[in-house]
Design a protein around this ligand. Structure first.
Ligand code: HEM
Length: 420
């Protein structure tokens, strides 16, 4: 894996060699040298079509990414969906029932339904439980003195938390985690599997959501699935497909993102041990450290929109119907906004990163929750296994969407589990 701090210079990059549609180009490291070249010389660039994608606009500067993200009237999530790959009309039609692929005002109505489950109060109420989960996760590996940080530490916490919010019984959680992996890592040979297998995983999630809904209808709980079953949009209950798609969005959005943030941040600490020691010496830096982890790692690297009319992005004219991809991962290294953007600095302040989106209507629903999970997990790691270090090879995910890590072998001084 490359040293990210060393690659942001991009002096000898040619535009012609840039291929951001090719997920293989993200395996060794995020191609920051390409983003840096684009921000400098072609901040709104027409990415030519490749064997895997038609052409699209690539928006890489901070201000332009924020503008596209906020201007939902001109840059629609509904027209072509919010994800990179174009879909067949039938698939698109179905995906449009998911909030991520809606525009206001439809989006606003759906968003209201789930907002209630993710308020700051609800996150505060979950804090004690999250501390308990984090300690239990560390208890499971601490005597051994080694772990795969991704699978045994980072993946566990978001899974437990979202499962609790959705009311998924403990015994089913592993299964749901495997489906979620297969759907999102679908370009990575380790999880894939073919397009068919990814579709099968999605079908399994729907079938599971159907079953869970029947259980919750019979005996509702204080969970989000029970709330969705009761909820109405314009006087009508959500139908089963809408419930299924909500369920799928929530498990995918809450799991992969937070897991890869934690794994990417742990790797950043291994590359910058001085920053780990800074935190060990001064825990009051945790809140700024969490924001810096989010900026530096940026687990969701881009989202897609479709232009609804001929218009400008910056000085660049784009046409109605064009596909527009804006890269949070690039905006978060824009040196017109962040001093020394390639530096990992746990005390960075201000830090107006857009890892959760640029303030548009789709701004991450789970931002408060994710921040809490990250803060708690790193606090417990710093306290309980402060000498954690890399013990093998970092294996990154093959994806141009999620800045992901598949395996991160770590070692530390063995210790006893907490007495309970
Ligand atoms: C480090 C962790 C996370 C990151 C980096 C992240 C990032 C994002 C981003 C970039 C968006 C799109 C924002 C936009 O287009 O304006 C988004 C949307 C969303 N996120 Fe997160 N997310 C994280 C954790 C979570 C968690 C824990 C949940 C919990 C369920 C969650 C649920 C969602 C949902 C449901 C949406 C769609 C919102 C909508 O369409 O209105 N995310 N997230």
């Amino acid at each position: 894996m490359g040293e990210e701090g060393d690659v942001g210079l991009g002096h000898d990059v040619e535009l012609g060699e840039i291929d951001l549609a090719d997920s293989r180009k993200f395996v060794d490291h995020v191609p920051h040298e390409w983003f840096s070249e684009l921000r400098r010389n072609a901040p709104v660039w027409w990415h030519p079509g490749t064997s895997t994608s038609d052409g699209f606009w690539c928006v890489t500067g901070y201000q332009d990414c924020v503008a596209v993200n906020r201007d939902w009237e001109r840059f629609s999530s509904y027209r072509g969906g919010a994800l990179f790959h174009d879909m067949e009309p039938e698939a698109l039609e179905q995906q449009r029932l998911m909030m991520l692929n809606m525009d206001p005002t439809m989006h606003t109505r759906y968003r209201r339904l789930v907002n209630r489950g993710f308020t700051p109060k609800m996150v505060r109420d979950l804090e004690a439980g999250i501390v308990g989960y984090a300690d239990a996760i560390i208890d499971a590996v601490c005597e051994r003195g080694s772990a795969d940080f991704v699978e045994e530490i980072a993946a566990e916490l978001p899974l437990l938390v979202i499962a609790e919010i959705l009311g998924i019984p403990v015994e089913d959680r592993r299964m749901v985690f495997d489906w979620s992996n297969r759907m999102i890592g679908s370009e990575d040979p380790e999880y894939q599997v073919s397009e068919t297998a990814a579709a099968e995983a999605a079908m399994a999630v729907y079938a599971y959501a159907d079953e869970l809904s029947s259980t919750k209808r019979a005996s509702p709980g204080a969970d989000v699935v029970s709330a969705l079953l009761e909820a109405e949009v314009e006087g009508e209950r959500l139908d089963q497909l809408e419930i299924d798609l909500f369920f799928l969005l929530l498990i995918v959005a809450g799991n992969e993102t937070t897991r890869n943030l934690m794994s990417g941040a742990m790797t950043a600490f291994f590359e910058h041990p001085d920053q780990w020691h800074r935190l060990l010496g001064d825990r009051s830096l945790l809140p700024t450290a969490v924001e810096e982890m989010l900026r530096y790692v940026t687990p969701v690297m881009h989202f897609r929109r479709t232009a609804t009319q001929d218009c400008l992005i910056g000085d660049q004219a784009v046409s109605a119907g064009d596909k527009v991809v804006f890269w949070h991962i690039s905006a978060n290294r824009d040196d017109t906004v962040f001093d020394n953007p390639d530096l990992f600095d746990v005390g960075r302040d201000p830090n107006p990163h857009i890892a959760f989106g640029g303030g548009g209507p789709h701004f991450c629903l789970g931002a408060n929750l994710a921040r809490m999970e990250i803060k708690v997990m790193f606090d417990r790691l710093l306290t309980r296994i402060p000498d954690i270090h890399l013990d093998g090879e970092v294996q990154r995910l093959r994806s141009n969407f999620i800045n992901g890590t598949k395996h991160l072998p770590v070692a530390f001084e063995p210790s006893a589990p907490l007495a309970r």
